[in-house]
Design a protein around this ligand. Structure first.
Ligand code: AMP
Ligand code: MG
Length: 502
């Protein structure tokens, strides 16, 4: 591990960087610079994101850019840090986690004034690495790049991928694998587990400094509230309720919703074993380490609320000096998560079904459809996309019916659905367009990601990665050139397990 300020760390000039987290008290982080890698090669550089952040990284020479993304060079004036945090992992308390293979390069302020973290992942050991090597294998880097960018294109708040490079070195996992470094961008990397870190150390001042920091950075209106810390909790609850509803509506399973993997900003973070389900199944679990199904698809709202209760505990002393009063107020805010989630979900489901108005039986109608899909193992994404093309003309039903092994139930359902559509003031053309905005044609399917990873691992072949990226760039458009990416996996392609690969 290099020490900060080491004169032999190469520097490159990067515009619009500044840092605020590094001005917080010393025990919030450890200054550390990346450990250089032997022979980096660029896999991908997200030039649009770089420009949106005002970084102008496209003005660097190829060599400078590569060195920066590999952690072989750091920005002029930057003081990279590894952040301290703790967390509950699968319900078990771990008092110290922290950035063990990630380093915060710096922060950037874009043209709109939004501040974002830029972080390397897989760039070498830090004081928080514990037994780990501080490195990332190519597979998890590919998965995070693809899925985080896909989430963004799908309109879901998520960290972004700025670049990925191979290192020219191997990392030892179950086998020896090519190493890689991801550079990611986040609204911030403050997690529920960051609050827990200070709270568990009885560091009341640390919790308050962190709370004031995130209020200023993410919830500025909370500062004006009668009780700013309760308003902060309300804000996080609101954003997480909206976020998890978006996941559920898209069939996304995060897979490792530990408190250290839940952001305060409301962005999806950490794409380790995440997966989109193919056939609709409320109990679906992909992650190889989630043996109890704690983070199964339909458990996600409950898991999020559990995490928010852990956040609330850390804020109690700030919410009210009297503990009973504080618990009462915080409980009421956290209890509001479920009704908020359900409201977001139902309004998102109405859009998926083509309803611009709200009618009494909508929830039941949605559940009947989901039950039929579940009973017949129907692909979730395809079913909703096909439904988007159905009009009053019976011929348009054929692609939808073809997804069901016994079409009687779905035929009955579509009759009820068409009846319900009569209450909608829209033309069927407008309705189809609305539905397509809510029902993507393409999602990052597991078997496609598996193919991307296999090619990268076997021969550093990134052609499948670039092709998949392109297919996922405009997921709601009706594109004929991405047909292969819209298909559900065949039996032999089907992925049953995903692995963190850390
Ligand atoms: P995750 O499961 O990816 O959320 O990581 C949980 C914790 O393990 C975090 O503190 C990570 O920094 C740490 N970690 C994961 N992989 C490694 C690694 N290869 N080397 C060091 N620390 C790691
Ligand atoms: Mg994590």
């Amino acid at each position: 591990m290099d020490t900060i300020g080491s004169p032999d760390v190469p520097r490159v000039h990067v515009r619009s960087l500044s840092s605020t987290y590094g001005r917080l008290p010393d025990h919030f982080y450890s200054p550390v610079v990346p450990t250089p890698v032997a022979a980096p090669q660029l896999i991908a550089f997200n030039v649009d994101l770089s420009r949106a952040l005002g970084l102008d990284l496209d003005r660097l020479s190829d060599n400078e850019r590569l060195a920066l993304f590999a952690g072989n060079a750091i920005p002029e004036g930057a003081t990279p840090i590894a952040m301290a945090y703790a967390g509950h992992q699968f319900g078990n308390w771990v008092p110290q986690l922290g950035d063990g293979r990630a380093i915060l390069m710096s922060e950037a302020v874009d043209a709109t004034g939004a501040r974002r973290d830029i972080q390397w992942k897989g760039c070498g050991r830090t004081p928080y690495s514990r037994g780990g090597d501080g490195r990332a294998a190519i597979g998890p880097v590919m998965r995070e790049y693809v899925v985080s960018e896909a989430m963004h294109a799908l309109g879901v708040p998520a960290t972004r991928a700025l670049a990925a490079v191979t290192t020219g070195e191997s990392v030892r996992r179950e086998t020896s694998l090519p190493g890689a470094v991801l550079t990611r961008v986040a609204a911030s990397h403050v997690r529920v587990g960051t609050f827990q870190y200070f709270s568990a150390r009885q560091d009341a001042e640390g919790v308050q400094v962190l709370a004031d920091y995130v209020i200023a950075r993410h919830y500025p209106s909370a500062a004006q509230a009668a009780n700013p810390y309760l308003a902060l909790l309300e804000g996080v609850v609101q954003r997480q309720a909206a976020l998890v509803a978006r996941w559920m509506l898209l069939g996304f399973i995060h897979g490792v919703m530990n408190t250290d993997n839940m952001t305060i900003s409301g962005e999806t973070i950490d794409f380790g074993p995440c997966a989109f389900m193919d056939a609709y199944d409320p109990d679906k679990v992909f992650s190889s380490i989630d043996s109890m199904g704690r983070y199964a698809y339909s458990n996600q709202p409950k898991a999020a609320q559990w995490n928010l209760a852990r956040l609330a505990e850390t804020l109690l002393p700030l919410i009210h000096p009297d503990q009973v009063t504080a618990v009462e107020r915080a409980t009421s805010v956290v209890s509001d998560f479920m009704p908020q989630f359900e409201q977001h979900w139902l309004s998102g489901m109405r859009a998926k079904l083509g309803f611009a108005t709200a009618q009494a039986g909508d929830l039941e109608l949605a559940h009947v459809l989901l039950d039929i899909m579940h009973g017949q193992n129907v692909d979730y994404t395809l079913a909703f996309r096909c439904l988007s093309g159905v009009t009053q003309d019976d011929a348009t039903l054929a692609p939808l019916l073809a997804l069901f092994s016994s079409p009687a139930a779905i035929e009955t359902w579509t009759r009820q659905w068409r009846q319900r559509l009569k209450a909608e003031p829209m033309s069927s053309g407008d309705r189809c367009a609305l539905m397509r905005q809510a029902n993507p044609q393409v999602i990052p399917r597991n078997h496609q990601i598996a193919a991307v990873i296999a090619a990268a691992e076997a021969s550093l072949d990134f052609a499948p990665f670039h092709a998949l990226q392109d297919a996922l760039a405009r997921p709601y458009e009706e594109r004929s050139d991405v047909y292969a990416y819209t298909l559900a996996p065949t039996e032999s392609e089907r992925v049953r397990r995903t692995f963190c690969g850390t």
